[in-house]
Design a binder for this molecule. Sequence first.
Ligand code: S3P
Length: 444
Amino acid sequence: MSEKKSQSQTFRLTPGGRLRGRFRVPGDKSVSHRSIMLGSLAEGETRISGFLEGADALATLAAFRAMGVKISGPDAGRVRIEGVGMRGLQAPTGALDLGNSGTSMRLLCGLLAGQSFDSILTGDTSLSSRPMRRVTEPLATMGALIHATEAGTAPLLVHGGQSLHGIRYDMPVASAQVKSCLLLAGLYAAGETWVREPAPTRDHTERMLEGFGYPVLRDGGWVGVEGGHGLQATDIDVPGDISSAAFFIVGACIAEDSEVILEHVGINPTRTGVLDILSLMGADIEIRNRREVGGEPVADLRVKSSHLRGIRIPERLVPLAIDEFPVLFVAAACASGTTILTGAEELRVKESDRIAVMADGLRTLGIDAEPTPDGMVINGGRLQGGAVQSLGDHRIAMAFSMAALRASGDIDIGDCNNVSTSFPDFPRLARESGLGIHVEQSPE
Ligand code: S3P
């Protein structure tokens, strides 16, 4: 029997270059996950276009197939789901492996807590070290029975057959994953389930529930659902992911003589913190052709080379740009003056500790970057070449790729396989738009 050897990808970047072109980045990861979940539980056939064919969203898709849902595709971003209705999921025969995907695990944990069968949720090394008590504890107060490790991490054993009841939950962290988890559990709970966030986070779950005809309750800062209603199948056009666009937005800002037009990017106001932060730094970004697709606002973004300056990032923007800080740190490294980020301790529990890993890499590249418990202080400077680690974090790998546009020497980035979780075509798109990027495979 031949043993399958896994390959580790290194991105090798030559310095300099400019970014040019008009293109569309892949579909939004958050919307893609939710389209599979709600489409599976709906009555009737849901047709999705623009679905992100990245490993994370595919893990969600595979989990629903394993629970008996007939899903065809993805084929060039098109997926068809024969919804099984709110009570139509079947017990999976094995554990549901969610790979690197925190969104899959946290949202599924809520949804599965309300099913009649048991399920086991597992993930890779990174996902297995991420905090799950933030969902298992409030779910327990709803009557859910979930076993985690002693450290409060996956694997999670979700016991079905429990009767859930609604709660009112004041969330201690601003997390769309926690909010969504509880709302999905709330679909199966007796009475109403309400959550309040300490600061607004992405609202794709609420929008999509309404798109599937499920009533969403709002009262001041609270959002809720009443259990027991149904979902009606619908068509979903997934916008381009602003979190993927962010790499090219920053790249075009920091590189000389650059101009890109990114088409059909989702600009949901709970996601546009990156545009606000870059605008405060002096970025030349124009939002064109605003329109709405399936309940989500989209636009084309034109970005040109800009003289960025350091700023103190307003804390209210942190949850609205939570996935974009790796590349925003690169923008800060290329800005004149000091950028100060505070109130972002959540970055320490993402796919990697993004404060530590980014500070290490920036320092390797000659930048004065001081990590703090909840953020970073970065003095803009001259990027030099060097070898940095992404520690398997997709967004860190792509952020350091963009740094090469302003570096004086080659940059090698280790452990880049997980770029395929959110942006499978990144190396090709980056090369076509002007980055000197080469992917090297070596046995692990
Ligand atoms: C996500 C929410 C965010 C984000 C993640 C996707 C979602 O996580 O970082 O990439 O789809 O709900 P938190 O809600 O934990 O901040």
